[in-house]
Ligand binder design. Structure first.
Ligand SMILES: Cc1ncc(COP(=O)(O)O)c(C=O)c1O
Length: 456
């Protein structure tokens, strides 16, 4: 494993352009260092095994049990047999190609009903290889002209920026405030996009404990954005993997639960509510389409054409596993996640306390060091007196034993240069304390070097 994480490390510097494939002939996105951010963030912990890693948003992995995998698949078999599914049909489901949109639609519909109060027909659901495939399918299906523009919250999860780039879909960032994306900024970007003769087609947002910023969109803004979507003929692409971790009494309805006019396409993930290795996600697209006199179908059924060409289907093993897990957990992953939610809240609290300890406002405020205080989720954003990038993150990991993520990689059009993201989900409180002590050493040294030292 290399300890060089920047894009150059994976491009063949020593033997440029030997062989029949020229770098310049590849899709330009593959030559863009920003495109490497997903890999960098997930592999930093492996690349710097001695460093404490705040780089990723990896879920808590304290209680993995290998037996869980076979048990939950068996659970699915048992439920199917109980429901009268013949053995031969069950075997076919497991061993053969299955329906493109998946065979656990009823189970996901049940989860959405119990857990989120979302009522949608099974035929409007598609099982996907993680959120990321749901996103690619939705984007490919919904964006038909070079004039169709994707609006995305800024800063945003790197998955959206990379997917849009891979599909050559133009995008514009909508800067968020302390309460997430706000209606005025959305309207402003819609107006600017239309003024260029382009069509704002969809708005991507992360309503709860956003990655990277930790913000939560208030209920009134959710309703207002749905009105704007209706008035401006815009779809909302909702990505909500962290909402299930809300503290008691603070859970807000998802956009999809509030969506009475089919303006929302929900892009779901089981990465945080189950586990990321299953690579399971889903899409809800209950918009009804009539096509040249054919009987009406849901958008999810039409998007099935894209899914069939991207991946043919989703692994039967992973589907059986998630169906068994859903059954075992009463179709309510929010409830079942309460113990891990409490672990995450404890880690967030530990991180906030240690930040306050190491960066007293009396010393650091004047230098612009500060942070937000999210009420849940995995991430905290720290403001710095100097600019950071991946090279500096590597330096911090190697020399100070602590890694993090530069915020700039989450901005579609520049921004966040003097900010870093701390992912606190995967470190115990004692390690968080040590990690923030190391971070304080790094920041103090670097601030001194750049003339931005905090003075008592
Ligand atoms: C905002 C956001 N969406 C989606 C995902 C998960 O996507 P997937 O299901 O493809 O693993 C993550 C994981 O980090 C995330 O932070």
């Amino acid at each position: 494993m290399t300890d060089q994480l920047t894009a150059e490390a994976i491009l063949p510097q020593e033997f440029p352009n030997l062989g029949p494939v020229a770098l310049e002939g590849l899709h330009p996105a593959l030559l863009d260092a920003k495109m490497d951010s997903m890999r960098v963030l997930s592999e930093t912990a492996m690349a710097f095994p001695d460093a404490l890693s705040f780089s990723s948003g990896a879920p808590y992995d304290g209680d993995y049990d290998l037996n869980q995998i076979s048990r939950q698949i068996e659970q699915y078999f048992a439920c199917s047999r109980e429901a009268g599914v013949p053995e031969a049909l069950l075997a076919r489901r497991m061993f053969h190609y299955g329906p493109v949109n998946g065979f656990i639609l009823a189970e996901i519909a049940q989860m959405l009903r119990v857990q989120e109060g979302i009522e949608v027909p099974e035929a409007s659901i598609m099982v996907t290889n993680g959120f990321q495939e749901a996103l690619l399918i939705a984007l490919r299906g919904l964006f038909s002209s070079p004039d169709d523009v994707l609006l995305t919250v800024a800063p945003a999860y790197v998955g959206i920026l990379g997917a849009a780039r891979m599909l050559d879909i133009p995008y514009r960032g909508v800067l968020e405030g302390p309460e997430g994306i706000c209606a005025e900024n959305v309207l402003e970007v819609i107006r600017a996009t239309r003024a260029e003769g382009k069509r704002p087609r969809a708005l991507y947002l992360i309503p709860d404990f956003s990655n990277p910023s930790g913000t939560v969109i208030p209920l009134a803004t959710r309703r207002r954005l749905l009105e704007i979507a209706e008035a401006e003929d815009l779809l909302i692409l909702e990505d909500n993997p962290y909402g299930i971790f809300a503290p008691d009494g603070e859970q807000l309805p998802t956009f999809k639960a509030l969506d009475t006019r089919q303006r929302v396409v929900f892009l779901g993930s089981f990465a945080k509510s189950a586990f990321p290795g299953a690579r399971m996600g889903y899409l809800i697209a209950d918009q009804i389409l009539e096509y040249r006199g054919q009987s009406p179908r849901y958008l999810a059924q039409r998007l099935s054409l894209a899914k069939s060409m991207f991946s043919v289907g989703t692994s039967s093993l992973s589907q059986a596993l998630i169906a068994g897990l859903l059954h075992e957990r009463g179709y309510d992953l929010r409830k079942a996640s309460e113990p891990s939610r409490d672990v995450y809240l404890e880690r967030l609290k530990a991180a906030l306390e240690n930040l306050a300890l190491h960066f007293p406002p009396s010393k650091w405020d004047q230098h612009g060091v500060g942070w937000n205080e999210p009420r849940g989720g995995f991430f905290i954003v720290l403001n710095l007196p100097f600019a950071v990038d991946l090279a500096l993150m590597e330096h911090s990991a190697r020399e100070y034993g602590v890694s993090w993520a530069p915020m700039n990689m989450f901005y579609p059009e520049g921004g966040g240069e003097r900010q870093l993201r701390l992912g606190v989900s995967n470190l115990e409180p004692a390690k968080i304390a040590e990690g923030i002590a190391r971070l304080a050493r790094f920041i103090t040294d670097h601030a001194a070097r750049t003339g931005q030292e905090g003075k008592s």
